[in-house]
Design a binder for this molecule. Structure first.
Ligand SMILES: [Zn+2]
Length: 302
């Protein structure tokens, strides 16, 4: 693989301050900025593979994957119910469980974390203990995968050189198959507004687990640079709205659960009203403006 050159005109964080290194030994030389070559924000330099392996063996990822039902509905409306869906990094199988509830049965899940044991007991699908690198290597060896859709929820922000990863997926996927990606929507307009008003550090920077910071525009660009065409997108609730209304959970973390509850209440009420379709439309409209805490997209291999 060719080594990618990275190009930063200036850095947003130089270096990344100690308090943004979560649960890990900080690498004092690491900076963060918008890379003109890649077209998104990422750390510079990327930590070594050894450092990352060490980090992930000593640190158990939290399970922040909320709103998997929203991601499942987004994918489901773009594919046939008989489609084969592979969730790469499926954790305990929660996303595929949502797909299964929607009537999908040809479901494959891969993960190396302990959650995979629980996934194997769900009673549907084909789960195995395997990481995404092993899956890629095997698929490259065998001449590709026959998946109709590959799913990566909260993966792309964690890996060094994500454009390389997207290209490898492009090479193993059948033409017209779909790639579904969910990432945090970072350096987004409302976050930027709050940063300007309050002068906080960018609280959404989490190193070393998050190495890349995408928004809707840069994610679309990364996909298209790797041979994928964006066909659908949806946001999740813009939590920054609470910050701009002075529910400052960055400064006062004890306010976090209140913000969370209000967001859940909003979604539950929409669903209770039988208006899940309107909720999806609302989040779709937010995505079109680049708003929302998370970005979910469906892209087709050209
Ligand atoms: Zn770069």
């Amino acid at each position: 693989m060719v080594t990618r050159k990275h190009k930063f005109n200036n850095y947003t964080l130089d270096p990344i301050p100690k308090e943004l290194w979560r649960e890990a030994k900080s690498l004092p030389e690491t900076k963060l900025g918008f890379c003109d070559e890649c077209g998104f924000y990422h750390v510079d330099p990327y930590p070594s593979e050894d450092y990352l392996t060490d980090f992930y063996t000593s640190y158990e990822m939290p399970t922040p994957q909320q709103n998997l039902s929203e991601t499942a509905r987004l994918l489901a409306k773009n594919i046939d119910i008989k489609s084969k869906v592979i969730d790469v990094g499926c954790g305990d199988g929660s996303f595929l469980l949502e797909m299964n509830k929607l009537g999908f049965e040809n479901l494959v899940g891969l993960d190396q974390s302990p959650g995979i044991e629980r996934a194997m007991k769900l009673g549907f699908g084909d789960f195995s203990r395997k990481n995404l690198w092993e899956f890629l290597a095997e698929s490259e060896e065998s001449g590709g995968t026959n998946a109709d859709a590959i799913v990566m929820v909260n993966v792309l922000e964690h890996v060094a050189e994500p454009l390389d990863l997207l290209e490898r997926f492009y090479n193993i996927m059948p033409k017209d198959s779909l790639l579904t990606i969910a990432v945090p929507n970072d350096f987004s307009p409302l976050q930027n507004a709050f940063l300007k008003v309050k002068g906080h550090l960018p609280w959404f920077v989490h190193v070393p687990d998050h190495l890349n910071y995408f928004d809707f525009g840069t994610l679309k660009h990364a996909l298209s640079a790797s041979g994928f065409e964006l066909i659908d997108q949806q946001a999740l609730f813009p939590l920054e709205l609470f910050l701009l209304q002075d529910l400052d959970y960055v400064k006062n973390p004890e306010l976090g659960p209140i913000a969370h509850q209000r967001r859940v209440m909003f979604e539950d009420n929409m669903k209770a009203a039988g208006m899940t379709d309107v909720l999806d439309k609302f989040y779709e409209a937010l995505a079109a403006g680049g708003f929302g805490r998370d970005a979910m997209v469906v892209a087709r291999k050209k």
